[in-house]
Design a binder for this molecule. Structure first.
Ligand code: GLY
Length: 603
């Protein structure tokens, strides 16, 4: 799969005369105040970038020489840092962070969900682990359709039927067994402590829990999980600084600590989970749990100029899509054109349009469908997809279908990045899918279940909660993994570890990772600036480009609109990046997203 990105499209003459440069921080960049977050309303830090800055904030990166952890929550990043300081390696720290996030960041951190890990050791060996959820054994292709073939709204999104068989515990056990240095008990203990003794809610934690109070009570009748009780029958609202104690979750984590994967997939936890499913007409059985196994897959590796991209193959679409995007844009002089100039943006949007059309047509679980990964990323194929590109006018998404490959028939997630003292690096994206997943809390075990079934194509051509369309390749089948957009990625520069990158954001994950990488390698930003920089997104259908307020100058907006692009200014934000960059002097720059509670900790 190792190939060079470098190939030359014929650059239409018009582009050379049309580009207007916008540099980060230039006066052209007209920025207004933005608010809100992707998928759920915001109450986080206000945007602090100056009105003329194309950065969300002027937050600075955290510098360390011995280790770095960047994650969605300060408590989880601190857990990772403590593990590194105690002599753990990057995998030990990553496992500890995954479990800690399940306690302190229950909207996306999880043991009831799944994820993907990209690991690069300090000698350059790379591994990827697919611990994505699977459809239950009793799942059927049309399980969310009524007798007329119409989608029954909401069933793949909330409640018991929305869940796939969780993969996170098996994934962590696999990763630790193969690469961990500290004991399993040691890496589980911080999460157990946080659940048992409790932790102080941030303002964002408190408001997010208050927002789901109705769902908690209607989907989980008679249960008190995540409700702030003032008496057995009366609940009130959470506030910043309140202590959240999770006794049942602590016991579940203790079973995992003492029995390994069996502490989740067999025995008491499996029984509680299967009983909960029966109570709510869900499909997951003890048999499904026992049979779940994560899979080590061959990483996607591809070169881009002086960089090697190491990323996730299917079941995530993220790696293939990222490589396609970078190959589409590599021949163009983005650096010369400038960050978010009209020509830069136009090439990126047109690449995104074609890549998401391919995603819908070809991508699915490679254990079930043949995914033409090499072909999709090949230069010849991508060149054939670019022939209708013109700088004069936006391509119409209706005219763009997935490409032709002969012989082929056809918001809430969280990311964290860890680098240890030896230079081993882990990039993990993990999720329940929507915020707090299906919102079902397993009685007696205290954790949220995912609503990952919505990531399948429940009916060809019908968009999922991210507006993504799919087809047969991503149709539901028993024990099949649903397609993902998660894009945990590691970059090498001149063969050495250079960047660890990733983000949540559903369908926008791929484009946020793409922009963040280009911000560093093409536009010379620091890691933190690349994270702070305002972002945009196009996903083929719907045919529009959404952008964070201030991401485009007024001049760029005008030019793009004149060429037929439909632009929509977001009132919320894009991405929750947590990244690490290796600086020329060998020190680490940890960059966490200022759009939420994300925090980098290093030493
Ligand atoms: N659940 C979002 C994704 O996997 O892409």
């Amino acid at each position: 799969m190792k190939q060079s990105f470098l190939f030359l499209f014929t650059l239409p003459f018009v582009l050379l005369t049309s580009c207007k440069t916008q540099s980060p921080g230039s006066k052209d960049a007209k920025v207004r105040e933005s608010q809100g977050v992707y998928q759920y309303r915001d109450e986080g830090p206000a945007r602090s970038g100056t009105p003329t800055s194309p950065f969300y904030s002027d937050r600075q990166g955290v510098i360390g020489r011995n280790g770095m952890v960047a994650s969605a929550h300060p408590e989880a990043s601190q857990v990772g840092l403590n593990v590194l300081k105690a002599g753990g390696n990057a995998v030990d720290a990553a496992v500890a962070v995954q479990f800690a996030l399940a306690v302190v960041f229950p909207s996306a951190g999880n043991i009831g969900g799944g994820g993907f890990m990209v690991y690069r050791d300090n000698t350059g060996n790379a591994y990827t682990l697919d611990y994505r959820e699977k459809a239950p054994g009793k799942a059927t292709q049309n399980m969310y359709l009524d007798s007329l073939g119409n989608v029954r709204p909401g069933l793949s999104i909330s409640g018991h039927l929305a869940s796939g068989v969780p993969g996170s515990v098996d994934g962590m056990a696999e990763a630790h067994k193969r690469f961990g240095k500290l004991s399993w008990a040691q890496v589980l203990q911080p999460a157990i402590d946080l659940a048992e003794k409790g932790f102080d809610l941030t303002q964002r934690d408190a408001l997010a829990l208050n927002r789901i109070k109705n769902d908690l009570t209607t989907i989980n009748p008679g249960k008190a999980y995540f409700l702030k009780s003032i008496s057995p029958t009366d609940t009130t609202t959470w506030h910043k600084g309140d202590l959240l104690v999770q006794t049942d979750l602590a016991k579940t984590l203790q079973r995992i600590q003492s029995q390994g994967r069996a502490g989740f997939y067999e025995g008491e936890t499996a029984r509680l989970l299967a009983e909960e499913m029966k109570r709510g007409n869900g499909l997951i059985t003890e048999e499904d749990l026992k049979n779940y196994h994560s899979v080590w897959r061959e990483p996607i590796r591809a070169t881009y100029k002086r960089y090697n991209v190491i990323t996730m193959p299917p079941t995530s679409s993220g790696g293939v899509a990222l490589v396609q995007l970078m190959r589409f844009t590599e021949p163009y002089p983005l650096k010369k054109w400038g960050w978010n100039s009209d020509s830069t943006v136009q090439v990126m949007i047109e690449a995104e349009r074609r890549v998401y059309a391919d995603r819908a047509k070809f991508l699915g679980d490679p254990d079930f469908v043949k995914v033409p990964v090499d072909k999709l990323m090949s230069v010849d194929y991508l060149r054939s997809r670019w022939t209708d590109f013109s700088f004069a006018k936006a391509t119409d998404s209706k005219a763009v279908k997935g490409g032709n490959i002969p012989g082929y028939e056809s918001l809430e997630t969280t990311h964290f990045s860890v680098v240890d003292k030896e230079g081993n690096a882990v990039s993990i994206t993990t999720t329940l899918n929507g915020g707090y997943g299906s919102r079902v809390v397993i009685g007696g075990a205290g954790f949220f279940m995912n609503n990952e079934m919505d990531d399948f194509s429940v009916k060809p051509g019908v968009p999922n909660m991210f507006g993504l369309i799919g087809n047969q390749a991503n149709a539901i089948a028993p024990n099949k993994r649903m397609l993902s957009s998660m894009t945990p990625t590691i970059l090498e520069k001149d063969g050495k570890l250079f960047m660890v990158v990733g983000t949540p954001g559903g369908s926008t994950i791929i484009t946020s990772v793409y922009q963040t990488i280009l911000n560093v390698v093409e536009h010379g930003m620091t890691m933190q600036q690349a994270v702070n920089a305002l972002k945009f997104h196009h996903q083929w259908l719907p045919d529009k480009t959404t952008f964070e307020n201030g991401a485009f100058s007024d001049a760029t907006i005008q030019t793009l609109q004149n060429r037929g692009y439909i632009l929509e200014k977001l009132t919320n934000t894009l991405g929750r990046m947590d990244c690490v960059l290796i600086r020329p002097d060998g020190s680490y720059e940890g960059a966490s997203d200022p759009r939420a509670d994300n925090t980098a900790r290093g030493y």
